[in-house]
Unconditional design. Structure first.
Length: 212
């Protein structure tokens, strides 16, 4: 069973899609244990509360040092029995201690076809601006494992969309978001069927899972 912590900073549309898939029985073997946001007014926390899920505001600003924040985050994860982390628009880089504690048990979704248009500064509308500026004819979304580098972990699932001649960053973002809502629940469903949550076994079972 995947006991999932969802971390997000914004409105929570990907979280809503994941939660809906779970409520419809599409992701057996997984449940949401806790939702955490660094933003007290984040929509993702409201969605959690509406669905009677633990919703916790946890920010670096609440602590004197980063180490204290990391201690508190790890404590919350442990308290709720979390064994898997889903990043859904979380705008803070995870500390290496958290990555180490949940090695190959943290996933993220990126609004482009990694390894293109990833890395520092590549988030939100900036990604779609970069895709259009590069003249790419295809974009899409990528679900990947999280490691110590931005947008660097191994890819779990991808899906593409065409970049039309008249697309703006905003219209492209809307098309990509639709795909995100499709593939993020699907990636979690696939991971929930894997007995081992870490190591080469997981990687091997997920090979060939990219889609067009």
């Amino acid at each position: 069973m995947l006991n999932i912590a969802v971390l997000g900073s914004g409105r929570g549309s990907n979280f809503r899609a994941i939660l809906a898939a779970m409520q419809q029985g599409q992701i057996p073997g997984a449940k949401i244990a806790v939702v955490i946001s660094n933003n007290s007014g984040a929509g993702i926390l409201e969605i959690a509360r509406e669905n009677s899920l633990p919703a916790i505001h946890l920010s670096h600003r609440q602590f004197a040092t980063e180490e204290e924040f990391v201690d508190a985050l790890l404590s919350v994860l442990s308290k709720h029995g979390v064994n898997f982390i889903v990043l859904a628009g979380y705008m803070k880089r995870l500390h290496p201690r958290v990555v180490h504690a949940y090695r190959r048990r943290i996933i993220n979704i990126h609004p482009a076809l990694l390894p293109r248009h990833g890395g520092p500064g590549m988030y939100g509308i900036h990604v779609h601006e970069a895709v259009i500026a590069a003249g790419d004819r295809l974009s899409g979304a990528t679900v990947h494992f999280v490691d110590e580098e931005y947008d660097h972990g191994s890819i779990i699932l991808q899906k593409t969309v065409s970049v039309a001649a008249g697309d703006t960053p905003e219209t492209l973002a809307a098309k990509v978001l639709e795909i995100e809502h499709e593939i993020y629940p699907e990636a979690i469903r696939r991971l929930a069927t894997v007995d081992a949550l870490h190591g080469d076994e997981t990687s091997a079972l997920l090979q060939g899972s990219r889609e067009s």
